[in-house]
Design a protein around this ligand. Sequence first.
Ligand SMILES: O=C(O)COP(=O)(O)O
Ligand SMILES: [Mg+2]
Length: 216
Amino acid sequence: MTPVIFDLDGTLIDSAPDIHATANAVLAQEGLAPLTLTQIRSFIGNGVVVLMQKVMAAQGLPAEGAQYERMLAEFVERYEAAVNLTTLYPNVAESLAALRAEGRAIGLCTNKPVAPTRSVLAHFGLLDSFAAIVGGDSLPQRKPDPAPLRHVLAALGGGPAVYVGDSEVDAATAQAAALPFALFTEGYRKTPVDDLPHNESFDDFAALPGIVARLS
Ligand SMILES: O=C(O)COP(=O)(O)O
Ligand SMILES: [Mg+2]
């Protein structure tokens, strides 16, 4: 059976509220103004370093030097266990269970660092569902470089696979790795669905097993 590889933030989980709260706690500690959830959501997708660079830019501050380094380290430390405001999108657990019941291997390819990735999956009882996990700090390359996706695929045994994600970064990664791409439309993308390269799109995970069957 063809394996399925998932993105995490904005795809399986709505993590923006915890990322927002953590970023604002770091900003408050520095005596800086909070950012809105909409702003922070738009900063998610390229990993924690790019997120903090965008936070600094929104404050008119340089994304280098002692304050930036301190804020990045503080964010990483505080976010590692931040799961309380995060939710699974509807039907995610059921959809993963259905795909596994078909005998499909399931992998995860996220730009989120591995430590908070494992924490949040464990929080939702899903850590054991994934046969391979690559995070934003697992390899020298990050999505949209195809290397992380290829790495997960190789760990799942190679061959064809379906990639499922929510963003511009995921669409570009799937193209670069030449894998079919299923776009979840309710995540953090900034581009209209029609302008993002994808093979199928869906707004409810109940539809995913059927989509995977068509793309496999
Ligand atoms: O942490 C991020 O910026 C993005 O994470 P994702 O790759 O799971 O969407
Ligand atoms: Mg995402």
